[in-house]
Design a protein around this ligand. Structure first.
Ligand code: ATP
Ligand code: MN
Ligand code: MN
Length: 301
């Protein structure tokens, strides 16, 4: 069905209700992907993307002039984002503010129409924004470290987590590093999660100071990997699995099995086309068991 946009202008209908203006505009120079390609990508991976994205407050990275132009983060809702984009009012220091969320692919497509490239959800859901349901350790490699160091750090982190009784899952960021994600059960609030993640990262850095840093001020130490645990604060985000990145070559943040980590070329191993193929071929969720794994926060010794 044709839809008429707010401006009364008829948007291009691409069949499955994808309404996109300027579909042929190149968004990823070099790779040559257009706004239509971006919309079709998100529609193609929707079944994998939505469980990660739907029902969570979101920050968007929007690039109105393509990924080579000025991009900006947006966290506040506006009516102009589209009819299928939802809003949730959250209390902030500055007062009550409307945040963005979507609950279906039409909402995602509305945001693509507004030139969103990247989707960055909270680690909590709109039904219970004060109770995170996951923790994210973002491994940021410093200068002079390579992919093998990142792989080793991720496995090391996984092993340490396992020793405290926590199972974890790994995602290529589509940028320079990986994210190690830990689902938790309801109970802990943001302060609890922050304290645990900070303590955990600091303990790892204290144990292996030549390999890791856990404080922002030392994050750029050459030869070390920054265990960025600051994604675990209220209002902080990390990129969603299956989100495109507004970077050269149209890389995607891709969830993988731990067994795959040693076999991929690097954190940006999947571009738009490769991620789309992967989504189409996947038989099993690479994060099988993630949903419904309600782990308790262990006590740090
Ligand atoms: P990389 O592997 O290259 O580090 P990344 O997605 O982990 O990719 P980071 O710079 O480490 O990128 O940032 C981690 C997360 O912090 C991002 O995924 C994003 O959700 C959030 N973030 C970073 N910069 C901003 C910003 N300016 N505004 C809002 N959120 C941001
Ligand atoms: Mn990172
Ligand atoms: Mn980071």
């Amino acid at each position: 069905p044709q839809r008429v946009g707010k401006a009364g202008r008829r948007a291009v209908d691409m069949g499955e209700e994808t309404r996109i203006t300027n579909p042929d505009r190149v968004v990823f120079e070099g790779a040559g992907y257009t706004k239509r390609d971006v919309a079709e990508y998100y529609r193609a991976v929707a079944d994998w993307l939505l469980p990660e994205l739907a029902g969570r407050p979101l920050s968007l990275l929007r690039c109105p002039d393509g990924t080579k132009g000025q991009c900006f983060f947006q966290k506040h809702h506006a009516e102009s984002l589209g009819d299928d984009v939802r809003s949730i009012v959250l209390k902030q220091k500055s007062g009550r503010e409307p945040y963005i969320y979507v609950d279906d692919i039409e909402g995602v497509i509305d945001l693509v129409q507004m030139n969103t490239i990247e989707f960055h959800p909270w680690g909590a859901r709109v039904e219970d924004p004060e109770r995170p349901d996951r923790m994210v350790f973002d491994l940021d490699p410093g200068e002079g470290t390579g992919w093998p160091d990142v792989v080793r750090a991720a496995r090391d982190l996984r092993d340490h987590l396992r020793k405290t009784g926590l199972d974890s899952f790994v995602r290529l960021s589509g940028g320079k590093g990986v994210h190690v994600v830990v689902p938790i059960g309801k109970g802990p609030d943001w302060d609890d999660v922050r304290a645990f993640c900070g303590g955990f990262a600091e303990a790892m850095a204290a144990q292996s100071p030549t390999r890791y840093v856990a404080t922002m001020s030392k994050a750029k130490r050459p030869g070390r990997i920054f265990i960025d645990w600051l994604r675990n604060a209220r209002g902080a985000t990390s990129v969603a699995s299956w989100s495109l990145r507004a970077r050269r070559g149209a890389p995607v943040a891709v969830p993988i099995r731990w067994e795959e980590l040693g076999r991929v070329d690097g954190p940006a191993a999947f571009d738009l086309a490769a991620a789309r193929r992967r989504a189409a071929r996947l038989r099993k969720d690479p994060w099988e068991g993630f949903a419904g794994l309600e782990q308790a926060l262990p006590r740090l010794e």
